[in-house]
Design a protein. Sequence first.
Length: 214
Amino acid sequence: MNERQKKAWVELQTRISKLSKDSVVVDCGANVGNITQLFADSTAQVYAFEPDPKVFSILKKKFAHLPNFTLINKAVGMKDAYALLYRSPYYAENFIEESEKNTILHNALTRRRGGGWQRMDTANTIEVSVINFIEFVEGILVGDGTISILKLDVEGMEVPILEELERKNLFEKIEFTIAELHPRRFPRDVRRIERLRELISRKYTSNHVNLDWL
């Protein structure tokens, strides 16, 4: 964990400590709920997205009994649709660890054991439902609505989502956004990612929109 990531982690913890029953948290890429568990200790309304049905079953066992939790078995994207979910070549060996690399983007790379990078497993895809995430966010923000914490860790889809949130000035009603960008997994998008990072750093402080998630 580098210094910027440490600061992002501290800021997230600070934000979590201030959550109340009137707060709204949106967790995109909840996976098995390791970070989601931090939100569970509050009384905030939590929306957690996880597209992989196998992983989602673990998420349900942990949080489905909580009245303030809404668990959504969908990927987040730019429109309502269906998409292929690409998994790591090592998914069958340890799906809990390897599912963190799941993506709906066909051009994603993942690390090869022994060094280097490789394509995701195109022979072991599944079809998943995708939600128009911008419309979802706008539905929460209508009127006086706000989002206290937005976490985006969705293996490549962060970039178009962040671009559209910025274009529509939706960050003004999102108190804290924390996202991970993945330039090594998407080498063709490196310049686009750099432009996004430059834009965000110019317009927002890191305790408002933070792109240094782990």
